[in-house]
Write a protein that binds this ligand. Structure first.
Ligand code: HEC
Length: 230
């Protein structure tokens, strides 16, 4: 949804809209005065309310999915402004996200690539029609190529075909592979730790994937035996 549309609609309807809503919500009434000063916070408030009221919780999906954190807000503001985040702010956001990465408690980064493949090719879970007991898929195929045999994959993200091979991983236990394996874990756990406004979901950070699932996804990408590296 384009926020600018909300802004222009709101500006056009202006005071009339504010007057209509004001008696219902005290907080909105309070913002009437601010609206006349052209404070964009007021327009942001109405835009958020308009979006929120267009959705309802259904099944396992709650409207809380619309809640944003500091990272989302900074990146949305940059989008609205039509320019990327300034470098210093981007670094701060990346550092904050990197701090939140949970590293494997037992030091084991690499699981079973076959389980990782099933996860990467599954888009199940987190949908209103999914049962709460449905394990979440990784949905990676929707943005990344992973395997030569795939008939259909998305291209929002770069191809991950031969990911480990191209990065020289010949033995997942060798010290030479450590850095790339750690990065792969961190990237899947929280993509914004390395790219502040990444379009990639923060799988671990947002509770989409478990630690065990991320271990399998790392295996899919780095294990020399994995379908990704053939
Ligand atoms: C909505 C699209 C989207 C989904 C879903 C997605 N990614 Fe990504 N991914 C991206 C984009 C875009 C990039 C490149 C920009 C960046 O690095 O943030 C990326 C980058 C990556 C990278 C870094 C590649 C490199 O060369 O450094 C890895 C690894 C990765 N994704 C793995 C995964 C895995 C595993 C999954 C599934 C759990 C996944 N992605 C799901 C969009 C997505």
């Amino acid at each position: 949804m384009n926020k600018c549309n909300y802004f222009s609609v709101l500006s056009a309807v202006g005071v009339a809209l504010v007057m209509a809503v004001a008696p219902v919500h005290a907080q909105q009434a309070k913002s009437v005065a601010v609206a006349s000063t052209g404070n964009t916070e007021v327009f942001d408030f109405f835009a958020r309310e308009a979006v929120k009221s267009s959705f309802r919780s259904e099944g396992i999906v709650k409207t809380s999915v619309l809640d944003t954190d500091e990272t989302n807000q900074a990146c949305s503001a940059a989008d609205v402004a039509g320019k990327p985040l300034d470098k210093k702010r981007a670094k701060e956001i990346e550092a904050m996200n990197l701090k939140s990465v949970k590293w494997p408690a037992d030091g084991k980064f690499v699981g079973d690539w076959k389980e990782g493949e099933a996860l990467a090719q599954s888009g199940r879970g987190l949908t209103y029609s999914d049962d709460a007991k449905t394990p979440n898929g990784g949905n990676c195929y929707n943005c990344h190529q992973l395997d030569k045999k795939e008939i259909s994959f998305g291209t929002i993200g770069p191809s991950l075909y031969n990911y480990g091979k191209l990065r020289g991983v010949t033995d997942v236990n060798s010290p030479a592979s450590k850095a790339i394996i750690e990065y792969t874990w961190g990237k899947i756990w929280n993509s914004k730790a390395y790219n502040a406004c990444s379009n990639m979901p923060r799988a671990g950070h947002m509770g989409i994937m478990t630690e065990a699932q991320i271990r399998h996804l790392v295996a899919l990408l780095v294990d020399p035996k994995s379908a990704v590296n053939q």
